[in-house]
Design a protein around this ligand. Structure first.
Ligand SMILES: Nc1ncnc2c1ncn2[C@@H]1O[C@H](COP(=O)(O)OP(=O)(O)O)[C@@H](O)[C@H]1O
Ligand SMILES: [Mg+2]
Length: 267
């Protein structure tokens, strides 16, 4: 086992004994704003296992999107390094996919056009096969020819997830992907994403400011402090899926995180 495949500590590394897929080494980010240095991320050390589902949780403005963008190669950290499969991330890579909250699907393409968007290198029949497979996986059969304006918010988000999965990424970065949905649709989409993750075992980095979302989804929750964002605590969620959100262990973990961010017994 090489150094890059071994977790360095029990708290930073994945709970299961798997290969390290992504690692941040002492990552920091300082933005320049109006001539002043704005430190946004400090000393971020994190290891994410292959196939692991990690949630980054923290208050608005703490640097979650900045960290995710840096991991995906859209931003270069001002300090430290980010590695995927042991190699330093130097820019975006088609093997990795980023799902935004607001970006949305392409309104001028049908559902199947959207899902097949990243597949131009495949033959027509291969592309059709892939599109139909993921269309089914996210439960959109029958809507192949529909345009986004004919779909509900939840259905559009399914199209996004299907489009992301169709390119067969090895890492998925999701930045508050369900933030704009109503609470019932959000619950359904969490279940869908978990089902897909269990079937495909992609490595997932999922940003949220919703504690319940994090505890329902993640193998580990990375709790970040307010700006400049640091890792305050990493909480392994040792409950198997499907999770009973009224179980004592669930409530204990959730309350522990609330306590960590100073909100216990205040709600
Ligand atoms: N490109 C940028 N230039 C200057 N400041 C930025 C830039 N991107 C983000 N910021 C600032 O960095 C902080 C963290 O932003 P962000 O990562 O979006 O937080 P979060 O996703 O946790 O809400 C915010 O104060 C934001 O205004
Ligand atoms: Mg954000």
């Amino acid at each position: 086992m090489s150094a890059s495949t071994r977790p360095t500590s029990a708290t930073q590394g994945p709970t299961r004994n798997v290969r390290i897929k992504l690692r941040t080494e002492n990552v920091s980010m300082i933005f320049q704003r109006e001539g002043k240095a704005l430190p946004v991320l400090e000393d971020i050390d994190l290891e994410v296992g292959d196939g692991e589902f990690v949630c980054l949780l923290g208050p608005s403005g703490c640097g979650k999107s900045t960290l995710l963008s840096a991991m995906a190669g859209f931003l270069t950290p001002t300090g430290g390094k980010i590695r995927i499969d042991g190699e330093i991330v130097r820019g975006p890579d088609p093997r990795r996919i980023f799902v935004f909250q607001e970006r949305g699907v392409f309104p001028w393409l049908t559902v199947e056009g959207n899902i097949g968007f990243g597949l131009s290198k495949l033959s027509r029949s291969e592309r059709a096969k892939r599109v139909s497979y993921y269309l089914q996986m996210v439960g959109l059969e029958g809507f192949e020819k529909s345009y986004p304006h004919e779909l509900s918010g939840g259905m559009k988000q399914r199209v996004e997830v299907a489009r992301a999965l169709a390119v067969n990424p090895d890492v998925m970065f999701l930045d508050e992907p369900f933030g704009a949905l109503d609470s019932i649709t959000r619950l359904i989409m969490r279940g869908e994403l978990l089902r897909i993750w269990q079937a495909e075992r992609k490595t997932i980095l999922f940003v949220t400011h919703d504690i319940d979302e994090a505890v329902q989804l993640a193998d580990r929750v990375v709790v970040m402090s307010a700006r400049p964002g640091r890792i305050q605590q990493i909480v392994p969620i040792d409950i198997s899926h499907p999770r009973d959100i009224s179980s004592p262990r669930y409530l204990e973990l959730r309350d522990g995180i609330l306590g960590q961010i100073g909100l216990a017994h205040r709600l």
